[in-house]
Structure formats: C-alpha cells, structure tokens
Design a protein around this ligand. Sequence first.
Ligand code: AMP
Ligand code: MG
Length: 412
Amino acid sequence: LSSGFAQAYAGLQFGYFSILGDGRALMIGEHVTTDNKRFDIQLKGSGRTSYSRGGDGKATLYSMLREYIISEAMNGLKIPTTRSLAVVKTNERIRRTSIEDGAVLTRIAQSHIRVGTFAFVSSTGNKSLLKELADYTINRHYSYIKDSENKYIEFFKEVVLNQAKLISNWQSVGFIHGVMNTDNMALSGETIDYGPCAFMDVYKPNTVFSSIDRDGRYAYSNQPFIGSWNLSKLAESLLPLFSNEMKEAVELANIELKKYEELFIALYYKKMLLKLGITNLKDDDKSLVDELLLIMEKYKLDYTNTFRELSSLSISLKNEDLKNWYLKWENRVKEESTLEESIKIMKNHNPVIIPRNNMVEEALEKASKHNNMELFNELLNALSNPYDYTKTHKEDFLNPIINSQYMTYCGT
Ligand code: AMP
Ligand code: MG
C-alpha cells in the first residue's frame, strides 16, 4: 500500500508504560454515512509499520476470524463495538508457534483514539498538541459539549460515563475482554481489540481465560475496577487541560473519578435488574441480583442459560436455594406489573445464545485449518440475533462443553 498511516499511541500494558502504535494496522480512510456518521476504515495484519518493533506486522487467519465473529456477536448483543467488514486471506504463511495462514481484517470503528493515544501525546509534554487531540476527539465523539464552560472536564465526564456503560454491558453478558490495557480502551466507548477475549459459561467471578493474565488482572470481576484504573490514567494525561493549577486539576479529576464507581454500580444493577424483568428499582432489589449470582456460583450454573431459562419460565428449580430465590423473585415481579410484562423485558436483555468457547474454537479450527467456512457461517448467523426467542438453535450452540483448562491467546 502506498497510502494510509499507522497511528502512534502509548500503553500501560499490565500496568507498565510502553510506546506502542499500530504495529500491524494501517488506517486507509474514513467513511461518512448518509446519516452523517464518520467511521475509520482500518486494515489489521497488513504488514510492518514504523511501530512494528520486532514484529512482522501480520496477523493469522485464525485470530482475524476470531475478532470477526466475536465483534459481530457483540454487535448482535447490542453492545458498542468496532465492526468487522471483511477478512481476506493473504496466501502468505506466517510464523507463529507453528506456521499459519495469514489474513487481513478490515475493521470499522467510530475512531481508533484510545486512552493510550492521550498517554502518547501527554508523554511528549506538548500542551498545545494535547489540546489539539482533545479538541479533535471532542468534535468527533462529543461535539454536543464543545461549547461548555470547562469542556475538558465535560469531555472526561462523558468518557467516564461511556466506559461505565460499556463495562456494565460486558458484565451483563459475561464478556471478558482479557487485555484491558490502556491502548485497548477506545475513547468512543466501543469495545476494541479482540485478542484473548471470551465469554464466561459457568458463573465464576474470577474467571480468566487469557494465557498471559496470570494474576487475573483482567478477570471478569476485575473489569469494573480496571476500567476505573484506565480512566485515572486518562485523567492524568488530561490534567494540564483541566486547570493551569496542578492542585486544582488533580482535585477536579478526582471528583470525576470518584463518580465512576457510583455510576458503574447504578448502571450495573439497572442492567442486571432488567435481566430479571424489573424496571422500577427498589431498595432491596440489588440483593435479588446478588443472591442469584451467589446461587449460580455455588451450584456452578451456566450464566447465560440460567437467565435464558428464567426468561422462558423453563428453569428447573434444582435446589432449595434456587426455589427460595425464585419465590422471592416471582413476588417482586408481581409488584412490578405482570409476569408477562417482565418476561417481555427479560427477553430483550437475556440472550438466547452467546459465542460458546468450544463452538468458536471448532468453527475457527475448521475455517482456518481446513478451509471449511460452513460452521463459522452457521454460528455467525445464529449469533446475529441473540434476543430472538422464536428462533431455534442447534443444541450445541446453546449448551457448551466446558473445558476447565480453556485458554486464549493474544493471537499476535
Ligand atoms: P494487541 O495485543 O493486539 O493490542 O497489540 C499490542 C501491540 O503490539 C500493538 O501496538 C500492536 O500493533 C503490536 N503488535 C501486535 N502484533 C504485532 C505484529 N505481528 N507485528 C507488529 N506489531 C504487533
Ligand atoms: Mg491493541
């Protein structure tokens, strides 16, 4: 390619600062839709750039198809995400732990501006450049605040809100990003960079799939906290814009960061209670969520299927704990309006189907090693409408075979 550019960014990877940048990605242009929305069009796996360091700039067919199917599944789940337009085989064989087929993914994103983009600019110490990047990002994603009094604080507030929303969405469907480094957090509030991500089957809060996440930094239950940590790093980069007085800038940042926790908890429970068919929150409702999750953990229940069976009133009350909880829930739902009304809400918030790890792996194996796209396309199609309870699915797509040793890799 003679045109296009790689973007610079820094990253706190597992907490350690490094200058990164698109080592295997290239921006080839933007597209403005008829309804005036602007999107980046980026190639991933297109070859070396000035940020490739020791890498070959390439990507495997397996990992690009993985990003394709999981990001499209996220879109089906109505969770903000970058989209996958195409995966094209390069007919190159590339060296990883074994020799694999290479491919290029065309990725569509509201933008590729990351927390790490700000960290990079901040590390240059150039305040006018920082202001320029912030103004650009505001105009692109949050133009409705561009005339407000302290627009950089307002900007930070919006990013905080969007991340709290995004992570509460992830938690509600059991999505584990796996590598929530600051270079993998987009300012648009979209899920970005599908590497070792995976969905939790059995409910277990400390679930980790990523082979490199040995301490569980990015475990399911840690995601909300890491969100806050990453936002604190964004605040650090933005300090010079918050105020000319460092002390005041830090105070302003801290006020907003403290709000994240409250905001997240409110959004999380709102979401989880919709999964239980409850819209008018009452004081005791949080415990209804917490108790169900404890039961799921104790009896090793499947997260998605428990909510789905509840939504279709087909849950088997296998133990006393669940029986008691169910009676409490039933009574609470009746206070709401009717059971039918609640069921309708629940079906819009509890997916019938998620990408099951064993099916994703089988589909990817067939597609990338045996040139057989049949299962991949079938799964992709099944995942496109996960809230449709009238659609029938293959048993295999709904009931996972659990591999307790299951591990995911960055796929670089
Ligand atoms: P990721 O884990 O995909 O978020 O990537 C982390 C960093 O490593 C990014 O800066 C990537 O551009 C870079 N990177 C990943 N794979 C390669 C590769 N094969 N060649 C060059 N750079 C890479
Ligand atoms: Mg990345």
